[in-house]
Design a protein around this ligand. Structure first.
Ligand code: TXA
Ligand code: MG
Length: 329
């Protein structure tokens, strides 16, 4: 199968619609990462996504809809706090989990009685969702367990030959996947942290819990138990306070003739004065935006990426650190 990257216009949208309607999958941009979308109402189409990615069949998918889509047909009950959150943050990088009305294919939620729904803000995503006029099940458009894609080229690098159409919406502005929020209880609960932080949610909803996996307990968000976001080279992760340890390992690696790179924020790069550096940026939104891009750049040039965690660990950095520690796990 030939894989092509298309600018988003009338021609490519018509092509994308045709592919989706015939049960195929299309890669499309969102403000977080690129998604690999298929018709959420069609069992075979949704199974196709798992096959293309090599995704474990017990890790449920998020359904993406246009901002004017009537959610009440997809889900059973939307609590008041979730309506407030939607007003505050949607369209945007917040996915909410509800009791499913069972309208979409059971393959989407892997047999769970809940459904994760997301309304992305990216203009290209909105155009695509409006044009196809169907709920679209979509995971990130990478090979399972690899780093999520934030450019059309990243999608191509992973899925060349496996899909025919990649809609190009430029580099994703957010850079890490959406916050996944369980809205089935009296209090919302963060299952996966992201750009909409727990504090931001609590400010609107009054309170907000955060889920932590407990050994031996059934996982509430199956995606959490898998190794994720891994670049195809060796990796190490140091805390900010151990940054000079990281520098020592870098120097050791260089002595042994290894292609080593340090990945860190601009401040640490300045301080350590290293040649081979993958700079993440100066502030938290830059760091989130560049994380996957730099991990993918790193795996092309480095035999080992030695990452130094940013000093700041709260807010958006909770989501960044979660990805960084899984990538360098
Ligand atoms: O930003 C994003 O969310 C991107 C873009 C493409 O929208 N999508 C994405 O999808 O990151 P994926 O498949 O890589 O991650 C989906 C996450 C997984 O951790 C999965 O376990 C969780 O959402 N999830 C999906 N349905 C769920 C459900 N019914 N209950 C709990 N967690 C669910
Ligand atoms: Mg993913």
């Amino acid at each position: 199968m030939e894989t092509r990257i298309y600018n988003i216009d009338g021609h490519s949208l018509a092509l994308a619609k045709k592919i989706i309607e015939s049960g195929g999958a299309v890669a499309f941009p969102t403000e977080t990462v690129y998604g690999l979308g298929a018709n959420a109402l069609n069992d075979e189409a949704v199974r196709g996504i798992y096959a293309i990615k090599g995704r474990p069949s017990d890790n449920p998918l998020i359904v993406h809809v246009h901002k004017d889509y009537d959610l009440s047909s997809l889900v059973d009950f939307i609590p008041e706090y979730s309506k407030e959150l939607a007003k505050a943050f949607l369209p945007g990088p917040l996915t909410m989990v509800y009791r499913s009305s069972k309208k979409v294919s059971p393959v989407v939620s892997c047999g769970l009685d809940t459904l994760a729904v997301r309304i992305p803000s990216h203009e290209g995503a909105q155009e695509f969702l409006k044009y196809v006029d169907l709920p679209i099940a979509a995971p990130s458009a990478n090979i399972s367990k690899h780093v999520s894609p934030v450019t059309a080229q990243h999608v191509f690098d992973d899925l060349n030959g496996r899909i025919s159409c990649i809609l190009d919406g430029g580099k994703c502005s957010g850079g890490i996947e959406s916050t996944v929020l369980d809205c089935t209880g009296d209090v919302p609960c963060v299952l996966r942290s992201g750009l909409v932080t727990r504090d931001m949610i609590a400010q609107v909803a009054g309170e907000c819990d955060e889920y932590h996996m407990v050994e031996g307990e059934k996982v509430r968000s199956p995606g959490m138990k898998y190794k994720h976001y891994s670049p195809r080279c060796m990796t190490r992760l140091y805390s900010y306070s151990d940054r000079f340890e990281a520098l020592r390992e870098y120097t050791e690696c260089k002595k042994r003739g290894l292609k080593a790179y340090i990945m860190c924020d601009d401040g640490v790069a300045e301080e350590l004065k290293i040649n081979d550096v993958l700079k993440l940026g100066a502030d938290e939104s830059e760091i989130a935006r560049n994380l996957y891009d730099k991990l993918r750049e790193g795996e092309q040039v480095a035999e080992i990426i030695i990452a130094v965690a940013p000093l700041k660990q709260d807010g958006v950095m909770v989501g960044v650190m979660n990805r960084l520690s899984k990538a360098c796990g």
